[in-house]
Design a protein around this ligand. Structure first.
Ligand SMILES: [Zn+2]
Ligand SMILES: [Zn+2]
Length: 429
């Protein structure tokens, strides 16, 4: 990280960690991740290793990259308020190869937890975005962290996450990066990726300071780049630090696991969608779409959704938020392309588990009492256990985990947070 003591534009003296000049307001230069001979060599070796690994992993699924919408399981249009909250879908097995039930990926923790799945958690952080990804080999990625309300960090802790391999800030709005600062301050993070778009807010300053303080390697990505996550890879489909609207700077990522793919869109609006349609249209198709910009009508154009063809669409929005998210027109557009729609305002945290062939949608609310044995270990203290009060918990941390698992401040059906400050049962040790 470069350190500056004076502004290169106006010469004003600045504190070493400053990212903007306090005199002229200009952003101080930040080094981009550079390609060197060494990193090229490492990249080449990684590529060869990755190819041999993928050869084993995808031997039964390479024929599915052209899966057509007609081949997709037709998700009977299920309204967002459906009571069914554990949904299983299958991706079609490749026609030229025998069905491969589970990709051959090493499962470091299989013996202990039985996990053989990729998990994608769209975390209920109120109004904001935060997505946790856990791979079968134990790697973790966090795309955005919601506001700095403690919810994302608390969720990670409740899930037993003690390390983030890949942290991505889609764009510098506070409802996406606020919680990342808290995670950076609390957990080791192996690398940070973003578009390079900056913002003149204290939250953005705190983000850069936290990255500096924790000495986290910082990378700026462009369309066409990839971000490694263990044996998996994020494709960067959009990233534009110079876009006029910060939402359109969003890093848009696609992650593929066997036959099942995910598209993470940040707050990308229609201008960014048009760019993606013009440049990477063939890469947009995804089984599961994280709906852009909290379901706002400024995103999710018909053309874009036609290219994505999602079977499942998940938006993140706070219950009764002031922005009118999600917009009714967006929900209708998603349903028109055949997607089953879920939202964190209606369903709480939404978890997708997949073995690369089949996938399941687990929602926090209205979840059937008998969970699928292959489902991830959601907190055992689920809302269906009847009414609870603070005396039911030994510690504040235990109460907090239960409180967050049941919707946090947005819901609090057990009224554990009397003063509604996001902290449950403050009287407990
Ligand atoms: Zn946002
Ligand atoms: Zn935004």
């Amino acid at each position: 990280m470069s350190r500056q003591t004076s502004c290169p534009f106006c010469g004003a003296t600045l504190r070493p960690s400053a990212r903007f000049c306090s005199m002229c307001g200009k952003r101080l230069t930040r080094p981009r991740f550079r390609l060197t001979c060494g990193s090229l060599l490492i990249g080449l070796i990684s590529f060869v290793l990755l190819c041999s690994a993928l050869n084993v992993f995808l031997s039964g699924s390479t024929a599915t990259s052209g899966t057509s919408r007609q081949d997709r399981p037709q998700s009977a249009a299920m309204p967002a308020s459906s009571n069914s909250s554990l949904v299983t879908r299958s991706q079609p097995a490749p026609t030229t190869q025998p069905a491969s039930p589970v990709p051959t990926i090493p499962h470091n923790d299989t013996a202990i937890t039985g996990k053989q799945f990729l998990e994608v958690h769209v975390i209920d952080v109120g109004q904001g975005d935060s997505i946790l990804i856990r791979t079968a080999e134990g790697k973790t990625a966090l795309i955005d962290g919601g506001y700095d309300n403690g919810l994302a960090l608390a969720y990670l802790r409740a899930q037993g996450i003690n390390h983030i391999d890949v942290m991505v800030a889609s764009h510098p709005h506070a409802d996406h990066i606020g919680g990342l600062v808290e995670v950076l301050n609390a957990l080791p993070v192996s690398g940070f990726w973003t578009s390079g778009a900056s913002h003149t807010t204290g939250t953005y300053e705190r983000l850069l300071d936290a990255i500096d303080r924790a000495k986290v390697p910082y990378h700026e990505v462009q369309r066409g780049d990839t971000i490694p996550l263990g044996r998996l890879t994020f494709e960067v489909l959009h990233s534009d630090p110079n876009a006029y609207d910060l939402n359109n700077t969003s890093v848009v990522l696609r992650l593929t696991y066997g036959n099942v793919s995910f598209l993470f869109t940040g707050d990308a609006e229609q201008a960014a969608e048009q760019e993606m349609l013009a440049t990477v249209r063939d890469h947009l198709k995804a089984t599961i779409l994280k709906v852009a910009h909290h379901g706002s009508y400024t995103s999710s154009s018909d053309q874009f959704l036609a290219a994505v063809q999602p079977a499942i669409a998940i938006y993140s929005a706070g219950r009764d938020n002031n922005y009118g998210h999600p917009h009714r027109k967006t929900i209708q557009a998603l349903q028109r392309v055949g997607a089953t729609v879920y939202g964190t305002d209606e369903h709480g945290t939404i978890v997708i588990t997949t073995d690369g062939v089949n996938y399941q949608v687990h929602t926090r609310y209205d979840r059937p009492p008998t969970a699928d044995p292959g489902s991830p270990p959601l907190p055992s203290n689920h809302a269906t256990q009847g009414d609870r009060d603070c005396s039911d918990f030994a510690t504040q941390a235990e109460a907090q985990a239960f409180f967050l698992a049941n919707g946090g401040p947005a819901r609090d059906p057990h009224r554990l947070d009397g003063d509604r400050d996001g902290i449950a049962c403050e009287s407990l040790p």
